[in-house]
Design a protein around this ligand. Structure first.
Ligand SMILES: NC(=O)c1ccc[n+]([C@@H]2O[C@H](COP(=O)([O-])OP(=O)(O)OC[C@H]3O[C@@H](n4cnc5c(N)ncnc54)[C@H](O)[C@@H]3O)[C@@H](O)[C@H]2O)c1
Length: 303
């Protein structure tokens, strides 16, 4: 999901991009090269980095939807894969590794409001991982910090807000896919019913803004901090998202139950992520609000 948008964005900026994935590259990728490999295979990753003389890695590969059910595989891919990327980067003199992290590192956000309003947090908020996925993200970030300190790899972790955009289906993203379902089902003429969570405030960001923030982390002359929020910086509820969908698709049938925690993991993930750091150091400025994000999403689905 994120990878495709980042590849397109970097290609548009004039960069040559090589994709490494378990699966062959999709036909709509703008990459100039590709390799089919498992990111946990340290030797294979090192070879790809060396062969293509890679300067910067954007490390996206991860297990998301099934991490809780399969902690062993989650650690192999999310932590072992990051280790392979960092080791490969060290061996191949890669300058920078941009790691796709998540607000999931904060896990249960301390101080979450039981009435649903989300606390505003900066990157200084203590991490408090709860789920297996959250723990893998904290571990991967921790490894990256060590490679930055001791092994000359400029590691930077981007902690994204709740992303919506094409490709974020429930099969690959579990409960995290709910935002995309609220756009894609009405686009296909299907009603959507969300059991609960209409009172929950959250930070929702469109995947094209994620791609922008990620591309800026690749191209910035320096990244003084190790962690950055790539987020909207604004709090919204599912009702706000529904209003944006209804504005674009008159007559869309969207029903949202009351209460909190629409993702349904029983973890208070919800927070508004302040993005002042990314604005200051990366020049990041989100280009989309919910209405323009949903409109762009629908236009891309129609193609
Ligand atoms: N989508 C979100 O809302 C979100 C939010 C915060 C953080 N993130 C993080 O961003 C990253 C990318 O997320 P996404 O939504 O694009 O995920 P995705 O599932 O759409 O894409 C992940 C890609 O990694 C590949 N992959 C998985 N295991 C692999 C392996 N062992 N070897 C090689 N390739 C492998 C998959 O084939 C897939 O193409 C992940 O690290 C995720 O944790 C995503």
């Amino acid at each position: 999901m994120i990878g495709l948008a980042v590849v397109r964005r970097l290609a548009e900026m004039g960069h040559e991009v090589v994709v490494l994935d378990l699966r062959p590259e999709p036909a709509d990728s703008a990459a100039t090269g590709s390799a089919v490999a498992d990111v946990t295979d340290r030797e294979a990753v090192r070879k790809v980095l060396l062969e293509h003389e890679i300067e910067t890695v954007v490390h996206t590969a991860a297990l998301v939807a099934t991490a809780q059910r399969d902690p062993v595989r989650a650690f192999e891919i999310n932590v072992g894969g990051t280790l392979a990327v960092l080791e490969g980067a060290r061996a191949a003199d890669v300058e920078r590794v941009v790691y796709c992290s998540s607000r999931a590192v904060y896990g249960d956000v301390l101080g979450a409001d039981p009435r649903g309003s989300a606390p505003r947090i900066s990157e200084r908020q203590p991490v408090n991982p709860k789920g297996v996925y959250d723990v893998t993200k904290v571990a991967a970030e921790g490894l990256g910090r060590n490679y930055r300190r001791d092994h000359g790899v400029e590691f930077v972790a981007l902690r994204y807000g709740s992303i919506y955009g094409p490709g974020k289906d429930v099969a690959s993203h579990g409960g995290f896919g709910i935002l995309s379902r609220m756009v894609e089902d009405p686009a296909r003429g299907r009603p959507v019913r969300v059991e609960r969570g209409g009172d929950q405030v959250d930070d929702m960001i469109y995947v094209e803004d994620v791609a922008l923030g990620t591309a800026l982390a690749v191209t910035a002359t320096s990244v003084p901090e190790t962690e950055y929020h790539v987020s909207s910086g604004v709090g919204h509820t599912l009702h706000d998202l529904a209003a944006a969908v209804e504005a674009a698709i008159p007559g869309a049938e969207i029903e949202i139950g009351p209460g909190l925690d629409h993702v349904g993991f029983g973890i208070d993930y919800y927070a508004v992520l302040e993005n002042d750091r990314a604005r200051r150091d990366l020049g990041f400025e989100p280009e989309f609000d919910l209405r323009t994000g949903v409109a762009d999403y629908l236009a891309r689905l129609a193609h």
